[in-house]
Design a binder for this molecule. Structure first.
Ligand SMILES: [Zn+2]
Length: 201
């Protein structure tokens, strides 16, 4: 048989198969949606135990560090201020406050209502960072003073926990001044020591 006859025969055969329904398109495969497991990490924050594990977290991308720029304070005090002076109905703009011993315990981590409800913060002054950023405020003014050892120890544990829990890379652990015209969290804040992860506080 001549080559052109062979090709013609093959094509005819395929045409017959197609028209008679023998040739079916590939079976439809449903797309499987993969979800990121956001299980609590095995490591616990010493002062909080497994308290943070109870909250189901949403799609956080950043951890934004602030100072209060005040010598003293605590979550309830800042909450009142944010409600009354700023008029924010959700109150406290941060997700966490870490005390310095004046107003709240030294190194005490207070969990804000916005973390409990997993809602946007009001700490960044930029929508992207308010929406995707977990706001942590250390009580103190670190232009004139330094965070206490207990504060840095708690912050370090909290940041480690949140990074693991929410899959946040270290380059997204940032200071307020990284994206805003501000000195926050103060000139003395030991940012690189915190990121080094090797420091003992
Ligand atoms: Zn700030």
């Amino acid at each position: 048989m001549h080559i052109t006859e062979k090709i013609f025969l093959c094509l005819s055969l395929l045409m017959i198969m197609y028209l008679s329904g023998c040739y079916a398109p590939p079976a439809f495969k449903p797309i499987t949606i993969t979800t990121i497991p956001m299980k609590p990490p095995k490591k616990e924050i010493p002062s909080l135990g497994s308290q943070l594990d109870r909250y189901i977290v949403r799609d956080w991308k950043y951890i934004v560090i602030h100072h209060s720029a005040s010598a003293s304070g605590c979550a309830s005090e800042f909450d009142r201020y944010h409600r009354e002076k700023r008029g924010w109905e959700n109150g406290l703009g941060y997700h966490f406050v870490i005390g310095n011993g004046c107003g709240a315990g030294d190194g005490q981590i207070e969990i804000g209502n916005r973390w409990v409800k997993q809602i946007d913060g009001a700490h960044a002054g930029v929508q992207e960072y308010n929406h995707y950023g977990i706001g942590i405020c250390l009580v103190g003014n670190f232009n004139g003073s330094y965070p206490t050892t207990a504060q840095m120890s708690s912050l370090s544990a909290l940041v480690d926990y949140l990074q693991e829990r929410c899959h946040i890379p270290s380059e997204n652990v940032i200071m307020h001044r990284h994206f805003r015209e501000t000195e926050c969290p103060g000139r003395n804040f030991p940012y690189y020591k915190l990121l080094a992860k090797t420091a003992r506080w």
